[in-house]
Design a protein around this ligand. Structure first.
Ligand SMILES: Nc1ncnc2c1ncn2[C@@H]1O[C@H](COP(=O)(O)OP(=O)(O)OP(=O)(O)O)[C@@H](O)[C@H]1O
Length: 226
């Protein structure tokens, strides 16, 4: 689905030059569950930004479904990404003035689904993530695990090709992390392609494959953990 060849990202501002990623070669195939692991500053967020077509590389190539997407316009990249690649972040970005159902439905706002179809999709997701009893509540009254489940349900709303998660359990206890990562595992078993970036060695065990980053380089790449 996504392939990179000698991918490079350099941040440059005046005297400041940072080689955030160098010669990254990674292949993410449909249905895979990849963990990107590395310490703070190793380049995980930068790599997710490139894989998620949010950012442009400084060098190398990146292919999404066979098409080179590194050097196309931001607008063209946005168009390819829209509803096909979704994100879950450490900081849980829910809208406080919308109910749980309305938050989950947000990506459907400009879709061509009918009202009835939208309702059915949200109903299915509420059920899938065991959030039905909370559907009329507002996020601020809920704990971090519930809020992160809502964010994941929202990320699933448009049946994306790829879900990218950046330190999704950063605000969760170890028990909550188990429960949340189990949801990723189940989604992956149903065929969802997932990439999770984490600094936690504990979280490596949840993925199928691990890419270890250090100082912007891939230092090792291990297969099929499960
Ligand atoms: N917008 C930016 N401008 C300048 N330097 C940046 C920028 N974004 C990241 N960097 C630098 O690039 C390097 C990689 O950062 P990145 O955030 O990708 O690492 P990370 O592994 O995700 O770290 P963390 O786990 O702390 O989020 C770091 O040295 C960081 O300071």
């Amino acid at each position: 689905m996504i392939h990179t060849r000698n991918l490079q990202k350099i941040y440059q501002r005046g005297e400041y030059v940072k080689y955030a990623l160098q010669n990254i070669n990674v292949d993410i195939n449909e249905g895979e569950y990849l963990i990107i692991h590395g310490p703070s500053g190793s380049g995980k967020t930068t790599l997710l930004g490139l894989l998620g077509l949010i950012d442009a590389p400084s060098g190398g190539e990146i292919f999404f479904k066979g098409t080179e997407v590194g050097y196309i316009s931001d607008r063209a990249r946005d168009k390819i990404r829209r509803n096909r690649i979704t994100f879950v972040f450490e900081k849980i970005h829910l809208l406080e003035n919308l109910t749980v159902s309305e938050n989950i439905a947000l990506p459907l706002m400009y879709s061509s689904y009918t009202r009835k179809e939208k309702k059915q999709i949200v109903h299915r997701l509420l059920d899938r993530f065991r959030l039905t009893h909370l559907k009329r509540q507002y996020p601020s009254g809920l704990g971090n695990l519930m809020q992160q489940k809502i964010a994941l349900a929202r990320a699933c709303c448009c049946s994306p090709d790829l879900i990218l998660a950046d330190e999704p359990c950063g605000k969760l206890s170890s028990e909550e992390t188990d429960e949340f990562m189990e949801l990723f595992r189940q989604l992956n078993e149903e065929g969802q392609t997932i990439v999770v970036a984490t600094h936690s060695e504990e979280n490596i065990k949840y993925g199928q494959r691990v890419l270890h980053l250090f100082d912007g380089h891939v230092v090792s790449h291990s297969g099929f953990v499960r």
